[in-house]
Structures are given as structure tokens and as C-alpha cells.
Design a protein around this ligand. Structure first.
Ligand SMILES: CC(C)(COP(=O)(O)OP(=O)(O)OC[C@H]1O[C@@H](n2cnc3c(N)ncnc32)[C@H](O)[C@@H]1OP(=O)(O)O)[C@@H](O)C(=O)NCCC(=O)NCCS
Length: 514
């Protein structure tokens, strides 16, 4: 099964050692923390004599979260006991066969009863260059939940802890202490800028906010063709046009620096495009970007025609910083898949915008505010929410694929909303509490909490952002994350081409004559 590249290499040649271990009686949360801190996908559970008695993997942690398990549970309750092991002298191809057959991702390497290393599917595949066997496919969870599909240095989400980060920094702390431009710089350049780097970056962005004249010229016609279309749909069209007008070529044929320039250009012009399209569909004149204004101020200015108050500009900026990136969400994954084909940057961004537009991803904040409108007064919250959940509806602004505890973005935005004040904030907080209580009662064990979208709507509404611009505002910041991922994917590319498990009628059936 292995190609010649695996040669005669043995497991000892490729295993990782020393092994990160846990004891059966320690709390599962402490083992999970160790896994994350050390960047490993599993821990081997050992007894006093250092015999491998179990293995605890990231997949077990996902199971644990999904089952709503108690964080004080012991490792013993969640580990796979008596794991298969492999000898260090085994051939790589034999070890792969054993992994593929059982669907394991990690196998302890045991020599004479003693744990000496661990070998992962990834190690084996890298060495043996073996395609994943079809008998692994049944292991893949629906919606790819918990499946690791790439490596990234851009950031990560730790769902059990309610924490996410951009590179080495806590994303929420960045939203509290830094400007959007600084965080953009961080995503593109691995670290925060010095003051001279900040000034140079601002200089670089400024002229890029202007749209290419050929594109600006046709916007009125586009808006007139579809005056009722959501701004995000029109953004899809115009980003595609921009890519074509600026001659974007397949990323496969470009040097990193050229692709970075295109990425900067698209990020800088998305707010301009969105605000122009929004104003044109409402028969208002387009407002040109103001080079003197910072990113968020300029965005609100181009949208409303007025320079915003510092409070409003900062609130929207904090929202935007907190939504720049968030792990392998659907739109980011889409951008990376498209880039992996070598397609041009505009194609990847257009695909990502499409993924973001869905209500299960980015389309929820205006619906969350719509829910508050529908509820109307706090006395109606309980029956309204109960009915909705019993009908099988989803409460917009609640639940998350990765967070099984408070979404840190919603916690931050709740405090931003409180800072801005207004009647709606108190009402929203009461509805939030009712919704969480009822979700716990009617969907026990699912761990459903408020997500970023619930207070996003409240904050943007308080800052004068019209509802139809909520998801577009999300797109304006997320495009920075998408493009950082596009650059990362292009810099170390391999076509992303997974498999599906065929579950239809067995082929080949005779084809009936027409
Ligand atoms: C975000 C979301 C798509 C994640 O979905 P997921 O990880 O695929 O979760 P599932 O669809 O597997 O849901 C698990 C269970 O929780 C329930 N659930 C999840 N989110 C819910 C919500 N917002 N309201 C009511 N029930 C919800 C599901 O009905 C399901 O219940 P079941 O076990 O009885 O079938 C989902 O929580 C959702 O639709 N939320 C509302 C939309 C939203 O706010 N999107 C913005 C995301 S940032």
C-alpha cells in the first residue's frame, strides 16, 4: 500500500517522543489544557508503571463537549481504554494499515511494554504519501465537526474554554486595546506594528480605499439593475468585477508579494464598495473615502454621510476587530478551498462572501434584532421563545459549532452595548437570559449560549448602522481574515480535495434504454 517513498522506514524513524501523557484520575480539563498548550492532538493515559492504559484525543473532547459533560470528569471516563499500540520496529506501511483499518488518528508506540513514542496518521501520510483509505471516511463526523483540515499560524478557537486568539494574542484583548489597522497588520505580518510600521501601513492603505475608476463608473448601473438586492449580493458581483478589472491572475502563477498587494487592495476597497452600493440602492449620492479618517470612522462616514462620534466609531471598530478571524469557519474554509485550486484571489473572496451570507453563518444579526422586535415586550419573551423552540425554529444569535460555553465575542459586545446604553440593551439582556434558560430546559445538554450575532445587532443599531448593512459590516472585517488565510494557503499549497462516502444504491445497475 505504501509507495516506495516510505522505503523501509520504521515507526521509530518517524514517531514523536517524548509523549505527552495524562493519568486516568486527573480531570479531563487539565489534560485538555496540556494538549492545547503543547499543540498535540492526543495524550496517552499511563499508569504508575508507565504502561499505556488509554488514549484521550481531540475527538473525545468534542464528544465530551457535545454530551454536555461535567468539566470535572476524570480522564478515565472519556479515554479509549487499552489502545492498540505499535512496535518501534514496525514498518511505516504496516502501521498505516493498522491505523486505517480502525480509524485511529494516533497510536502509542510501545517497546517491551514501555511507552516510547506516539505516531500519528499525519506523520505516516507525510512519510508514506498514502492516500487516505476509503475505510476512514465513515469516521468523519457530519458537518466536519472537530476535523482538523489544515495547519495555520493565524489563530484558533478553543471552544471549551470560550477563548480565541489572533496569532499569539487574545483576540478580545486586541479588540479592547488596539485599532483595526493594527490587528490587520498583525494578521498580515505575524506581529503588531511599531509606530513607524503603523504609519507606513496607514499610508499604504489610504490610496487603496479608492475604487478603480472603471469599477466606480459601473456601480450605479449595477445598483439600478437590482435595487432590492442585499448589499452583500452586490458585493459578490463587484468584487468579482474588481478582480477582473485589475487583472488578478491565478494565485498559482503569482509571487507572494503580488498576492499580498491584491489582498490589501481588496480589503481596503470592500468598505468603499459596500457603502457605495448601499447608498446607490437607496438613491443617495456616493461618498468618497476620507483619507484623514481611520478605518471604522471612514466606514461609517461613507455609509451615513456624517463623521461618526468617537464612541460610535470605536464601538463598531471593536465589533469589526472581534470578527476579523475565527478559526476554520465555513467562509474561511471556502476561501482556502478555492485558493487551493490556484484560482485568483477575487474568486476566493467571492466564494467566501457567498458562504458568509447564509443565516447559519453571518446572516444572523439582523434576524436577532428582528426577533427582539417580534417579541416586543419582556412579558412576551417566555411564550415567544418557548413556541419558537418547540416549533423547531432556531433562535438567531444563539448556539455555536465550537463554543459550548460563552462566546467571548458576545461577552465583549454585551459590555460595548452597555457602554452605549439605550432601552434596547436592557431589553436584550432580559431576552438573552430567558432564551438561555429556555434552551437549557428544552434542549438539555446541547450547551447553547449567546453567540457573537446577538449583541452585534444591538451595537450596530445603536451606532446608526442600518440592518441591511449588518452582515456586510461583518464581511468588511472578515475579508481581512479570509485574505490572511488565502496568503497562508497559497504560500504552502496542496489542492484540498476530500472524499465522500457513497451511500446510494449499489452500482453498477444496468442503465435502462431511453
Ligand atoms: C450556529 C449553528 C448553525 C451551529 O450549529 P451546529 O453546530 O450544526 O448545531 P446543531 O445543528 O447540531 O444543533 C445541535 C442541537 O442544538 C439545537 N440548536 C442549535 N442552535 C440552536 C438555536 N439557535 N436555537 C435553538 N436550538 C438550537 C439544534 O436544534 C440541535 O437540537 P437537536 O439535538 O434536538 O436536534 C446553530 O447553533 C444555529 O443555527 N444558530 C442560530 C443561527 C446563528 O445564530 N448563527 C450565527 C452563528 S455565529
Amino acid at each position: 500500500m505504501a509507495t516506495t517513498e516510505s522505503g523501509n522506514r520504521t515507526v521509530a524513524d518517524i514517531m514523536s517522543a517524548p509523549v505527552v501523557t495524562a493519568t486516568a484520575e486527573e480531570p479531563v480539563t487539565s489534560a485538555a489544557t496540556r494538549m492545547r498548550e503543547l499543540g498535540v492532538g492526543s495524550v496517552v493515559v499511563v499508569d504508575d508503571a508507565e504502561h499505556a492504559i488509554g488514549i484521550l484525543t481531540e475527538r473525545d473532547l468534542v464528544r465530551l463537549a457535545a454530551a454536555g459533560a461535567n468539566p470535572d470528569d476524570r480522564v478515565r471516563e472519556w479515554m479509549t481504554p487499552d489502545p492498540d499500540s505499535v512496535a518501534p520496529s514496525a514498518q511505516v506501511s504496516d502501521a498505516f494499515a493498522s491505523l486505517a483499518e480502525h480509524g485511529y488518528r494516533h497510536i502509542p508506540v510501545v517497546d517491551d511494554g514501555r511507552l516510547v513514542g506516539i505516531v500519528s496518521m499525519r506523520d505516516l501520510m507525510r512519510i508514506a504519501q498514502i492516500q487516505p483509505a476509503e475505510n476512514l471516511s465513515h469516521e468523519v463526523p457530519r458537518g466536519l465537526e472537530g476535523v482538523v483540515v489544515a495547519e495555520t499560524t493565524i489563530g484558533d478557537v478553543r471552544g471549551l474554554e470560550g477563548f480565541y486568539h489572533y496569532r499569539q494574542y487574545d483576540a478580545i484583548e486586541l479588540a479592547e486595546k488596539r485599532s483595526l489597522e493594527d490587528v490587520w497588520y498583525l494578521l498580515y505580518h505575524d506581529d503588531l506594528p511599531t509606530s513607524s510600521e503603523r504609519a507606513a501601513f496607514a499610508e499604504e492603505i489610504r490610496p487603496m480605499r479608492e475604487l478603480p475608476s472603471d469599477v466606480a463608473k459601473v456601480l450605479p448601473a449595477i445598483a439600478a439593475t437590482a435595487p432590492d438586492a442585499p448589499p452583500l449580493d452586490l458585493l459578490r458581483t463587484t468584487v468579482s468585477m474588481m478582480g477582473a478589472a485589475l487583472g488578478f491572475r491565478p494565485s498559482l502563477d503569482l509571487l507572494g508579494a503580488e498576492l499580498r498587494d491584491q489582498a490589501m487592495r481588496v480589503c481596503a476597497s470592500v468598505p468603499t464598495l459596500l457603502c457605495a452600493l448601499y447608498r446607490l440602492t437607496h438613491r443617495m449620492t456616493v461618498i468618497e473615502p476620507d483619507p484623514e479618517l481611520a478605518y471604522a470612522e471612514n466606514y461609517l462616514y461613507m455609509m451615513t454621510g456624517e463623521v461618526p462620534t468617537p464612541e460610535h466609531a470605536r464601538a463598531v471598530e471593536q465589533y469589526m476587530i472581534s470578527t476579523i478571524d475565527h478559526g476554520f469557519n465555513a467562509s474561511t474554509f471556502t476561501a482556502r478551498v478555492i485558493t487551493s485550486t490556484g484560482a485568483d484571489l477575487a474568486a476566493a473572496v467571492v466564494g467566501a462572501i457567498g458562504a458568509l451570507s447564509g443565516p447559519l453563518h453571518g446572516g444572523a444579526p439582523s434576524r436577532a434584532l428582528g426577533m427582539l422586535d417580534d417579541i416586543g415586550t419582556i412579558d412576551k419573551a417566555e411564550p415567544w421563545i418557548r413556541d419558537a423552540i418547540e416549533r423547531g425554529d432556531r433562535l438567531m444569535g444563539f448556539g455555536h459549532r465550537v463554543y459550548k460555553t460563552d462566546d467571548p465575542r458576545s461577552v465583549m459586545l454585551r459590555s460595548v452595548a452597555e457602554r452605549l446604553g439605550g432601552d434596547n440593551v436592557e431589553f436584550a439582556k432580559e431576552v438573552e437570559q430567558k432564551a438561555i434558560d429556555l434552551l437549557a430546559e428544552l434542549k438539555p445538554g446541547r450547551k447553547l449560549y449567546t453567540n457573537v450575532e446577538f449583541y452585534a445587532g444591538i451595537v450596530m443599531d445603536a451606532c446608526g448602522v442600518p440592518r441591511e448593512m449588518f452582515t456586510p459590516t461583518f464581511a468588511s472585517s472578515r475579508v481581512i481574515g479570509w485574505t490572511a488565510h488565502i496568503l497562508e494557503q497559497a504560500a504552502d499549497n496542496r489542492l484540498i480535495r476530500p472524499s465522500a462516502q457513497y451511500v446510494g444504491p449499489p452500482p453498477p445497475q444496468p442503465v435502462p434504454a431511453a
